[in-house]
Design a protein around this ligand. Structure first.
Ligand SMILES: [Zn+2]
Length: 410
């Protein structure tokens, strides 16, 4: 009887997996925007190019505005002396009322899109009117190792958006749901992309989903974990150097301003070609209203949908704690790439992450496995499709136009 029900479950899982698989459109990334050269010029192809662009733009700002400060934090590395978080602070030119913190590359490889958005902001939105009473703090390439070497995590395999603890309590958190999934998420052999296990990954994943449910699994996987140093979503056992380094700077700059908004730039999660808005959970109804007013007309994901999950040690929450007592509005801009709000997209997405992490720790059977896995990983966080790129730039431009006007009237 037991064997029969096990067989039934397995059969059902395979059948369900095949149905879901067959129902997926062939091209998940079909976009509608017409590629626009003016938008595409913001996208660079190396960490060095992005960095030089940011420094050059910052120098232009220092010629135009008073007391602009350019700073950099060198991130220690065993293999590269040229890894920097670059910071540009343009103070409010008159009475300081509001501070905007715009950060990129918390997840290294996501820094390419983050860099493009920061450049868009500087070139098209940072003007005399905004700077009258608003200060701007730009944090570029928070995880320069991942940015340069195309990983999401730091050189220590740490996810900075799970590592930003205000105190050491964070690193004591035990995510027991993750422990149950550890072997599934973190295989220990060299990667062979076309192995049976990988070909039928979606079947295994569907079985896990049937056993638990997608929201429960998503929460266990994505929340963050502090026990497994080689595992996905590892948050470390202390602050990474750039998190420790940026904290005092944010506190110092924030002192002058009663109202702070931080926008942290990410890619990878959600509907392909769509900008999603993820705020930190807010108890204060007035603050929630202010946030809704700033992003008027846009759908904010407040955590009441099935595809929502909470995380520990995120960077925006850390900024809020550093600036406690002030009005703090935080928003994560998440540019979707894989339709991961849907079951199949979310399975493909986690599979890409598993293979890349497995390869980084245990190597690849053949060079072609490595090329395949790394290409898919890059595409997931930095899509090459000019239509995708144009579309997200158009949306960002529209949103910034509305949000900055609203913010400037607070
Ligand atoms: Zn991210």
């Amino acid at each position: 009887m037991k064997n029969l029900s096990k067989f039934k479950r397995h059969y059902f899982a395979v059948l369900f997996g095949l149905i879901v698989f067959c129902c997926q459109p062939l091209t998940m990334n079909a976009q509608t925007a017409i590629p626009d050269g003016e938008r595409l010029k913001y996208f660079d192809s190396s960490y060095e190019d992005c960095r030089q662009q940011f420094i050059s733009d910052s120098k232009q700002l220092s010629k135009k505005y008073n007391d602009v400060k350019l700073m950099k934090i060198n991130v220690p590395s065993k293999l590269d002396d040229e890894l920097f978080v670059d910071v540009c602070y343009v103070p409010a030119q008159g009475n300081p009322k509001r501070l905007l913190i715009l950060s990129s590359g918390i997840h290294g490889i996501e820094g390419y899109v983050g860099n493009a958005i920061q450049e868009l902001f500087v070139k098209e939105f940072l003007d005399d009117k905004l700077m009258e009473e608003t200060g701007v703090l730009l944090l570029h390439g928070m995880n320069p190792y991942g940015f340069k070497y195309l990983r999401r995590v730091t050189e220590n395999n740490i996810d900075l958006n799970r590592n930003s603890g205000y105190d050491n309590e964070l690193y004591k958190i035990i995510n027991s749901g993750y422990g149950d999934l550890y072997d599934f998420l973190n295989p220990t052999d060299a990667v062979r992309a076309g192995s049976m296990k990988n070909r039928f990954f979606f079947v295994t994943a569907i079985r896990k989903i049937l056993q638990a449910s997608l929201p429960v699994l998503r929460q266990a996987v994505l929340q963050g974990q502090y026990q497994y140093t080689e595992g996905l979503y590892f948050g470390g056992d202390k602050q990474e150097p750039q998190i420790a380094g940026i904290g005092p700077l944010i506190e110092k700059v924030g002192t002058d301003y009663p109202i702070i908004m931080n926008i942290d730039l990410h890619t990878g999660y959600g509907e392909s070609g769509k900008l999603h808005f993820f705020p930190n959970p807010i108890e204060d109804s007035e603050l929630k209203k202010q946030t809704e007013d700033i992003f008027k007309g846009y759908q904010i994901d407040w955590g009441d949908s099935d595809d929502f999950y909470t995380i520990t040690g995120d960077f925006s929450g850390y900024i809020g704690k550093l600036l406690a007592g002030k009005t703090h509005i935080s928003m994560t801009f998440e540019y979707g790439t894989m339709d991961s709000q849907k079951t199949m997209g979310s399975i493909k997405s986690i599979h890409n992450m598993i293979l890349e992490n497995q390869g980084a720790h245990h190597g690849y059977k053949r060079t072609k496995d490595q090329k395949k896995v790394e290409k898919r990983f890059l595409e997931m966080y930095y899509p090459s499709d000019p239509k995708w790129r144009t579309k997200i730039m158009n949306q960002s431009s529209e949103v910034l136009n509305v949000a900055l006007q609203q913010f400037n009237s607070l």
